[in-house]
Design a protein around this ligand. Structure first.
Ligand code: PLP
Length: 376
């Protein structure tokens, strides 16, 4: 059986966990946490990185940081994971969904401006499959209307955007805030895990306080204050050193992991091209301004029927392919609250997109062989 995902271990995870345990410091914000945070700050041009227990938590921190209140509006794609929306709903926001682009599940930047009202507080672009949204357009709107941009970079580690100025920027370093995920289905993993990237200086100090349960403990340990206490709202957002130790073993091997994933991705692409054309199936597209970090290899079928057949066919040959997302504006939780326009491209991706297995130890030849022999 070829699973949809298999977590890859570099070999150093248990060694570093043992080190963390033996060091006697296993709660959060120790040596491994700092190594991981520094990795993101120095490699990706992020002003301040804070490790979190999940991307969901990092998004919740972002919602607190920009002071989301009852009635505020937050614009985001409907074709995304629930956490993108939940973080803001938890603080009373109304979610305004924008449709996906025709050529990509990412949000359609040309449809954003019409959705902005006096209540709009933030835009949350999701870099689907690690492919950049059109950030120049999004940042320009944010500036014009005084909005915050929070990148959902859950899938976007080691991926880049090149704007009109020709400067290549890492995803997660562009918005005021950004959130990464290290869930076991992502490229770089720690089981559960995430990171909040802070690029706007004004949020740095408060982010640390929210992260430390609403206390100024971090400042205390740096000797900046002589006692620490409750100074703001917050929660338990920082992971233990055991998680950070695992993550460090992964980050040390990022280049190797990425090069293997990219090679699998390229193999899928080149060997499925003709077959896809014959069957009216679309392969993923990467716009010129974006890079591909090989987070995901997906197919866009011609209709729901073809996708169902394809998934069934692969299953018979013991290969697990999966689809996602049931668009959030049609979810049992949010559909009654949704009063926007129909989102036709979102609906199309919900019905037709299917993800093929993609992981380090994948035997992609078998998947390709089964697919090219299939007639859909
Ligand atoms: C995986 C994912 C999340 C959630 O990440 P967790 O670390 O599991 O909380 C959020 N948004 C997107 C787009 C994701 O793919």
């Amino acid at each position: 059986m070829i699973p949809f995902n298999k977590p890859y271990l570099t070999g150093n995870e248990t060694k570093y966990i043992e080190e963390a345990v033996k060091s006697g410091k296993i709660s959060g914000n120790g040596i491994f946490t700092k190594k991981c945070q520094h990795f993101f700050e120095s490699n990706y041009g992020i002003k301040k990185a804070l490790l979190t227990t999940s991307c969901t938590d990092a998004l919740e921190m972002a919602a607190i940081l920009i002071n989301i209140k009852e009635g505020d509006e937050v614009i985001m794609p409907s074709y995304t994971f629930v956490s993108t929306a939940n973080a803001f709903v938890l603080r009373g926001a109304k979610i305004v969904f924008v449709d996906s682009r025709k050529d990509h599940p990412n949000l359609d930047e040309s449809k954003l401006e019409a959705l902005i009202t006096s209540k709009t507080k933030a835009i949350v672009p999701v870099h689907y499959a690690g492919v950049a949204c059109e950030m120049d357009a999004i940042m320009a709107l944010a500036k014009k209307y005084n909005l915050f941009v929070i990148e959902d970079a859950a899938q976007a580690v080691d991926s880049y955007y090149t704007g009109k100025d020709g400067v290549k920027k890492a995803l997660g370093s562009i918005g005021h805030l950004a959130a990464f995920s290290f869930h076991e289905t992502k490229n770089i993993i720690s089981g559960e895990g995430g990171l909040l990237a802070i690029n706007d200086e004004q949020f740095v100090e408060r982010a640390e306080i929210i992260w430390e349960k609403g206390t100024n403990r971090s400042a205390f340990f740096r000797g900046e204050v002589d006692k620490y206490g409750w100074v703001d709202i917050g929660s338990s957002f920082l992971p233990s050193e055991i998680i950070a130790a695992f993550l460090w073993a992964q980050l040390e091997n990022l280049e190797k992991i990425q090069s293997v994933r990219k090679s699998h991705w390229e193999n899928y692409y080149s060997k499925l091209k003709d077959w896809a054309l014959e069957n009216q199936i679309e392969l993923p597209r990467t716009p010129n301004y974006a890079t591909n970090n090989a987070h995901m290899f997906y197919l866009i079928c011609k209709d729901l029927n073809q996708r169902t057949k394809l998934i069934e066919h692969l299953k018979e040959k013991e290969i697990l392919a999966v689809f996602h997302y049931i668009s959030l504006h049609k979810s049992p939780f949010y559909s009654l609250k949704y009063n926007g326009k129909p989102l036709l491209e979102t609906d199309r991706f919900t019905d037709t997109l299917v993800r093929l297995p993609l992981f380090y130890e994948l035997n992609f030849d078998k998947v390709i062989d089964v697919l090219v022999k299939s007639n859909l």
